[in-house]
Design a protein around this ligand. Structure first.
Ligand code: NAP
Length: 366
């Protein structure tokens, strides 16, 4: 099968580099185009990342000698790739209009950036949870008069640490009313060079700009339903979150407490919850997508797990690993969840979105 040619916008950054490495030998996609800021444009990819290649392996051969283009010039990508992954870090409004420009040029955008997450007709996908939100893409294309192009985005990386366990419970008939989340987020989540080493070593930073709002709101869109071509947000759960940055390289951890929206005698036991999580499978698994984890949720029983260094690569960095499920004295239950922020939470999550789009025929006309 001939592979689809893809571009990576922001290819020189933390997430962009992950894309480049993870797309090496992908069965469906092949990187043919790389773009970044005007600072990197004109250089060979290997020279543009020479002193800041962060992935512990060689730069893929097919990409090392590609010339980096200016991501701000959407027309430049025409004829060189069929769709793009967007991993840009720049002003939100600038990203929003740039992603729309690619779409209007007929180049679909699978984005990691937050700029379009709240655009009404743009799906914010976690393929296991809200694959049905793909239905709004036709409406989006119609609304803008785009023939081939469209935009689909991924949620914030920290949410992916606990959204699948939350969804699994809701889907099994255990709706959640309230949730308190405290995240311990890895430094790679801040991009490169990110937070200064002086702030990170021997320290915890109890604030990540804009992150708590994202954590509290995005879950409602993800759990929403499609009505008349638009996504109607869910009303519950009400979320209160505290987001912190900790000296871990990769892997976001979240301490979660849940209260069920059920009478006492209908609330699930710890055993029932674990059964729901370990049997959780969804469309990516049914479609056998190349990067779908066989077990999207993995439950560990050791009293001191999950841990970022030991557990972040579970299911090639695509699983949500849960441990310490126990009763909560304030809400109903509490647990610790972990996911790989630059894999499931960023590049590999974006690739899974693209695999779902391809499997559902959204790239057929490219
Ligand atoms: P990063 O390491 O700072 O990389 C930013 C990329 O954007 C670089 O390729 C940079 O190119 C390019 N860029 C910067 N200014 C530009 C401009 N004016 N015009 C065109 N390109 C420009 O950031 P990151 O962590 O990879 O994050 C990328 C995106 O993914 C962000 O929107 C972020 O919110 C999102 N995200 C990140 C994570 C994570 O775990 N890191 C997780 C989920 C989502 P140069 O190298 O040429 O400067």
């Amino acid at each position: 099968m001939e592979r689809i040619k893809v571009g990576v916008l922001g290819a020189t950054g933390m997430v962009g580099q992950r894309y480049i490495k993870l797309l090496e030998n992908h069965p469906w996609f092949e990187v043919s185009y790389v773009a970044a800021s005007p600072r990197s444009a004109g250089k060979k990819y290997k020279d543009a990342v020479a002193n800041r290649w962060l992935i512990g392996a060689e730069i893929p051969e097919g990409v090392a000698d590609l010339t980096v283009q200016d991501a701000n010039d959407a027309k430049c990508a025409l004829g060189k790739c069929s769709f793009v992954f967007s991993a840009l870090e720049m002003d939100k409004d600038a990203i929003k209009s740039l992603e729309a420009e690619y779409a209007s040029e007929g180049i679909p955008v699978v984005s990691n950036a937050s700029a379009n997450r709240w655009t009404e007709d743009v799906p914010m996908l976690v393929p296991e949870i809200n694959y049905s939100h793909l239905d709004v893409i036709e409406e989006q294309k119609k609304h803008h008069g785009w023939e081939k192009g469209f935009i689909a985005v991924k949620p914030n990386c920290s949410l992916q640490t606990y959204m699948m366990p939350l969804h699994a419970l809701i889907q099994a008939g255990y709706p959640v009313k309230r949730m308190i989340v405290t995240t311990l987020q890895a430094t790679s989540g801040a991009g490169y060079p990110g937070v200064s080493s002086f702030d990170m070593i021997d320290n915890i930073v109890p604030y990540i700009g804009g992150e708590e709002e994202k954590t509290e709101k995005e879950c409602l869109k993800i759990l929403g339903t499609v009505k008349d071509g638009k996504i109607e947000n869910a009303k519950l759960p009400v979320v209160s979150s505290t987001c912190t940055r900790v000296p871990v390289v990769d892997g976001h951890t979240a301490c979660v407490s849940l209260e069920f929206d059920l009478p006492e005698d209908k609330k699930p036991s710890l055993e029932e919850i674990e059964k729901v999580w370990t049997s959780y499978k969804s469309v990516p698994q049914e479609l056998n997508l190349p990067n779908a984890p066989e077990h999207p949720i993995v439950v560990r029983h050791e009293e001191n797990r999950p841990q970022p260094r030991r557990d972040r690569e579970t299911e090639k960095g695509m699983a949500c690993v849960i441990g310490r499920l126990r009763k909560c004295n304030v809400f109903d239950v509490k647990f610790i969840a972990l996911s790989h922020n630059t894999k499931r939470g960023a590049a590999l999550g974006g690739i899974l979105n693209a695999e779902l789009l391809k499997a559902k025929g959204f790239f057929d006309s490219l």
